[in-house]
Design a protein around this ligand. Structure first.
Ligand SMILES: [Zn+2]
Length: 47
């Protein structure tokens, strides 16, 4: 299954691949296209 992340602000659930921007090895940025919430260094769930 594809890993997903839930936006802490608007609670929408989206696929990780669609929202995350990989910055370096473990640095990822979550950008919610629904509410424009941005969170850095989120913990990703590995499926
Ligand atoms: Zn959101």
């Amino acid at each position: 299954m594809e890993p997903t992340v839930v936006c802490p602000k608007c609670k929408i659930e989206r696929p990780l691949n669609h929202l995350l921007t990989a910055q370096s090895n473990q640095n990822v940025i979550f950008e919610c296209e629904n509410c424009n919430f941005i969170k850095r260094n989120i913990v990703t769930k590995k499926g």
